[in-house]
Write a protein of this length. Structure first.
Length: 406
């Protein structure tokens, strides 16, 4: 199916969306105005860094080059040859898949879905019990390595009106098989100790590791479903915005730092998805109290070096081409954020590191803190968090030393 283009939406289409999603939007706290239009992928900040002179610079070109053979080690902890080598090695599996069809303009997992290697079985395996089938699929997703799994229905509003052709950065058709009805959303927890070293090239290994992991997991689970005779399209950052889907699948709530906050890992999660025709039971969104904590917490915004995160209440984004229009939410200044990444020559996730919900959640203290933070004792939780002094990063040399000690 082809999703609506990034042009004025008809009243009939808006009415259809309201009829279908008004109830779930209210439950989720989604505020979508009459000026909403689906986002075009060519306008995301990473795509713009390839074609938009307002974003592209020598720094941004060097940023992308550093993920290949162009890394230039420098003084300063976390930016040595070893740090860049580990970061880039962590991306290796993802890079192999994303690069195999780049000559056709399809950067799989980022600018286009991951192409299937498993043929669609001609005969469909019977599904006699949809609830049992859903439970089984979730267990298999975890078997392959997913940390979180949720199911929701297709919602065309969050699909890119067009994808991007990486050969010339032009708009390309964004299509899915007509038979797909559901989305399997998977969460992949990032390495806690590596995240603790942000901002550094070393910390960037935590991002690459999960992109490589989720690449394999998406291919494996979609291959299993296709072998059952049902359509399954593996997807990471391509095809549709994953954050709304993760929230609709009941995996978390939206945070001030532009990330999905999960009860299990806070914002320290990457998400992937599989579009499928397999009959499944949909998960319901949940009120978790994480977003409520965010309303009066500004730690991520205060800690952000380029001051790209908002300090105030959610607003309808209008000031950046890279912000979806017509949705009331916390929105970053994407140009400031990516500009800082480009100068660093690696990704930055200080906002993830300092988030109070970024915890191991393996001990009673973390579980107690989360219970306080998501209930009526948020003031107590905030004071406790500040007193513990969790904001300081781990020095990259200390991370390497721990690795050496085993």
């Amino acid at each position: 199916m082809t999703w609506p283009g990034n042009h004025p939406i008809s009243e009939a289409q808006r009415a259809a969306w309201r009829d279908e999603f008004a109830e779930s939007d209210a439950a989720l706290g989604f505020e979508i105005g009459d000026d909403f239009v689906p986002f075009t992928q060519r306008d995301d900040i990473f795509s713009r860094a390839q074609w938009d002179p307002a974003v592209r610079s020598e720094d941004s070109d060097a940023f992308f080059a550093s993920y290949r053979a162009g890394a230039v080690p420098r003084r300063g902890q976390g930016f040595s040859q070893k740090d860049f080598a580990l970061r880039n090695a962590a991306w290796a599996v993802s890079d192999i898949i994303s690069g195999r069809a780049a000559h056709e303009g399809a950067r799989e997992g980022f600018g286009a879905p991951i192409r299937p290697d498993t043929a669609l079985a001609k005969a469909k395996a019977p599904v006699d019990d949809v609830a049992a089938q859903t439970a089984e699929i979730k267990r298999l997703a975890r078997l392959f390595g997913a940390d979180l799994v949720g199911i929701t229905k297709i919602d065309s509003r969050w699909h890119y009106s067009s994808r991007v052709d990486n050969r010339d950065m032009s708009e390309a058709d964004n299509t899915l098989p007509e038979s797909v009805t559901h989305v399997i959303v998977m969460g992949h927890a990032m390495h806690y100790d590596l995240v603790a070293t942000y901002p550094s090239a070393l910390a960037g290994a935590s991002t690459g590791l999960e992109y490589s992991h989720e690449t394999a997991i998406c291919i494996q689970l979609s291959g299993y479903i296709r072998a059952l005779g049902y359509e399954a399209v593996a997807s990471m950052n391509d095809t549709a915005l994953v954050i709304p889907y993760a929230i609709k699948a009941g995996l978390g709530e939206y945070g001030r730092n532009q990330m999905v906050l999960t009860p299990e890992f806070g914002p320290r999660v990457r998400f992937s998805k599989i579009f499928t025709s397999l009959p499944l039971v949909v998960d319901q969104p949940r009120k978790m109290g994480l977003k409520d904590y965010c309303r009066t917490c500004t730690k991520c915004a205060v800690a952000c070096p380029p001051k790209a995160l908002p300090m105030g209440a959610p607003q309808t984004g209008r000031d950046s081409r890279s912000t979806i229009k017509g949705v009331t939410k916390w929105s970053a200044n994407c140009e400031k954020c990516f500009g800082y990444w480009a100068k660093l020559k690696t990704d930055c996730a200080i906002c993830m590191r300092v988030c109070p919900f970024n915890r191991r959640n393996t001990g009673w203290r973390d579980r107690l803190w989360r219970w306080l933070a998501t209930g009526r004792a948020r003031v107590v939780a905030r004071a406790w968090d500040q007193r513990r002094g969790r904001d300081k990063p781990v020095k990259p040399r200390d991370w390497w030393a721990r690795l050496t000690r085993g």
